[in-house]
Design a protein around this ligand. Sequence first.
Ligand SMILES: [Zn+2]
Ligand SMILES: [Zn+2]
Length: 382
Amino acid sequence: MSRTTSISAALFLTPSDYDLYLQWQEAEGTSEEHLGYVSYAVEYHDFTIWRATGWPCLQEHSTARSKYVQGKQRVASRCLHTLHLASFIETEWCPVCEVNICLEFLEALVQAYEKVGRQMRESKLENEYEQLVRKHKAIRMGWRMARLELIEVVRYHEELATCEMEWDLHYDDLDTDDSHSSSFAVTLAVLETRHPADIVSQEELAMMHSDRTPKKKPQATKKVRFATQLETTRSPRHEDTFDRSNKQYQPGKWACPIAEGWQDTSFYMSDLHNLQQFKVFITSIEDPDDVDMSKGDEGPAGLHPFWPQIEFIWERSMKNANRAQYKQLIKKMDESEAVVAFVDNNGNVADMAFAGRPKDTEWKPEIPPPSDMAWTSLQMHL
Ligand SMILES: [Zn+2]
Ligand SMILES: [Zn+2]
């Protein structure tokens, strides 16, 4: 089964909320193809915040830096919850909020799923029934998508939880606030996930199992222990050595492999995710400045047959770039809205370039002007 990448918000929002959702998306500058759809839990979350408070979410996003407070513990930039001592990544939400955002979205889908299920059982008209079955299925697919997102978030925090244990072991005596740690977030995800089901009422259940009274399962007590091969004798690093901006920095065993030191598990700001949304132009002209882009694009890059090759080139360029080049690439990307893929004589993508709006001129979506375009990897690495 192929992976669903978005769900129509009309499937789980009331008609009036759906209208509001469209309004919010337009205010956030959502691309036309994505209007009315939800791909990530954070979109639903931001919408509900906006619906409740009227805050334009983009404002919140501009301060995506966590701050140091009270000596060593820092806070997440949006939810302001205290992060675990071991956390030295920049993050908008604490692990617990990240999980909660996924759970909220899943819960909204579960409720919609159950509502349609009830409607199906009450439906007397064949046409109506079939329509409801399709709707039911579509919501199930959306739930599956949201569930996969939660799994990715949890996987990430399971790794961080190991790192937290290392810290807890050595700073046993420190009085710290660990209520928003990755370990808590993982537990929360396990305890709170509800699966969509065709729920039967208590009475129906009693009729079906009149001979048995449900027994409460005894709660297993969980204890966390280190694997024996885990090295626990090494003393924890001094603050200077785990601060990535410091010259003394020494990456630990569990350090995030990305130079920036943080990973956006919500994918809200992920570069690769952004790149997939770019319009794609295909050319066989070697000089990027001579590319004629008036012929129209070939749709979003992520859906183009060349996407795997484009992705490969992007990742290779990012990997080979030094810090300055990396920043330059990201800047270029931020200013662009289209990607031009250069296809060689063998029909393979040999390089890519960004095209987009040059500063201070009106942007016309149909014809992206090549603003001092350059091939990404040819320019830098050949
Ligand atoms: Zn937002
Ligand atoms: Zn939080």
